[in-house]
Design a protein around this ligand. Structure first.
Ligand SMILES: [Mg+2]
Length: 365
């Protein structure tokens, strides 16, 4: 099989719901880059990546100018060799950031070709180790919600079958976080898992003081309390608190995860396939975490379908994040949450193609 063409699309997809906020971002639309790799045997592989600030055109340029010319004429089944060659092409531009975001989309498209050629979805190809993948929900806990909205939305999620929910913290006055978390815990009762997410906004002192105070509400994990590059501060925090520390959505290599783990700076690994170098590096990271008996809880915004499949084949994944529900139907053959658990895709392939309607109506380049 030979690669004949690499085509890219960039899109801006509206959330079709209230603008959502955390301590760092305000989001009303998501940008996508979608990659299609065609072959001479009629199989096309699809991959994607995403961003919710503007700038996805830069990713498209990297794919079209650097990766596509290298791929055309190559055998897609050599995907590990090809990815290593493409990785080194960006030696002086840099191997994280835009280079990596684009290469991850290429990684997915090459996996999609492999999976379609053998007629299996990813989770079946990897070998499942569980029948169901549990979902936890983040959509009820945005920082811009009032306390009444938080409680109404959280109760609505529990009525739908979710028994694990997450809320944002990191308001300018941490006392507000304290009272918001207290109100939610009182409203949802003791039996629902509750996680809190500061989106990296706290400094170490704030995290030590207010992380300790929040522990009285039986928090399942404290997510991204600090700047993700400051591993030493995470290690100090993890040593001083009892609540587990979760990081991963702004960690971009398995080597950084290794260092976090070895420094005792993390308890829950939130590896995200779209931030790492795709399927392969995510699997490496999950295996690394397993060797240290650590739970992996994949971060997602729009990429649930990828992570549900990886979770089904990974013994140390207990649940996968669910949010941005208004975008659930942008994918062909979308996954659903029923009674708090995800359905698994049945179509062969990776399942990362946006619908033709989205590709036509939301395209910006
Ligand atoms: Mg988060």
């Amino acid at each position: 099989m030979i690669i004949t063409q690499v085509k890219t699309y960039i899109l801006d997809v509206s959330l079709k719901q209230r603008t959502i906020t955390d301590s760092q971002s305000s989001v009303d639309s998501v940008e996508f880059v979608q990659v299609r790799i065609d072959t001479d045997e009629g199989i096309s592989g699809w991959g994607f990546n995403w961003n919710y600030s503007k700038g996805i055109r830069a990713v498209q340029a990297i794919i079209e100018d650097t990766y596509a010319p290298h791929l055309i004429g190559e055998d897609p089944f050599r995907h590990k060799t090809l990815l290593r060659e493409l990785y080194y092409k960006n030696h002086f531009i840099g191997r994280v950031g835009i280079s990596r975001v684009g290469l991850c989309a290429v990684n997915q498209a090459l996996w999609d070709i492999r999976l379609k050629s053998v007629g299996l979805p990813l989770w079946e190809y990897l070998g499942p180790c569980k029948d169901r993948v549990k979902a936890y929900n983040t959509d009820g806990g945005w920082l811009s919600w009032s306390v009444d909205e938080l409680i109404t939305d959280m109760k609505g999620l529990i009525d739908r079958g979710f028994d694990a929910v997450k809320m944002k913290i990191g308001r300018p006055d941490p006392r507000e976080d304290y009272y918001r978390v207290k109100a939610v815990r009182q409203a949802i009762g003791e039996d629902v898992k509750l996680m809190v997410d500061a989106n990296t906004v706290w400094d170490l002192k704030t995290a030590m003081v207010w992380g300790r105070r929040l522990e009285e509400f039986d928090i399942y994990w404290l997510e991204e309390p600090l700047c993700p590059f400051d591993k030493r501060a995470h290690a100090e925090l993890a040593k001083s608190l009892d609540v587990p520390i979760a990081v991963g959505e702004t960690i971009y290599t398995k080597y950084d995860f290794r260092d976090y783990i070895e420094m005792g700076a993390v308890d829950i690994i939130q590896a995200d396939c779209t931030k790492l170098l795709g399927i392969d590096e995510w699997l490496d990271t999950a295996a690394l975490a397993r060797a240290y008996n650590l739970e992996v809880a994949p971060h997602t915004n729009v990429q649930q379908k990828l992570h549900v499949q990886l979770a089904a084949a990974s013994p140390n994944v207990n649940m996968v994040e669910y949010c941005y529900e208004s975008l659930a139907d942008i994918w062909e053959d979308p996954v659903r949450v029923v009674d708090g658990c995800y359905t698994l895709p049945e179509e062969p392939g990776l399942g990362c193609k946006l619908t033709d309607h989205i590709l036509e109506t939301c395209r910006i380049g």
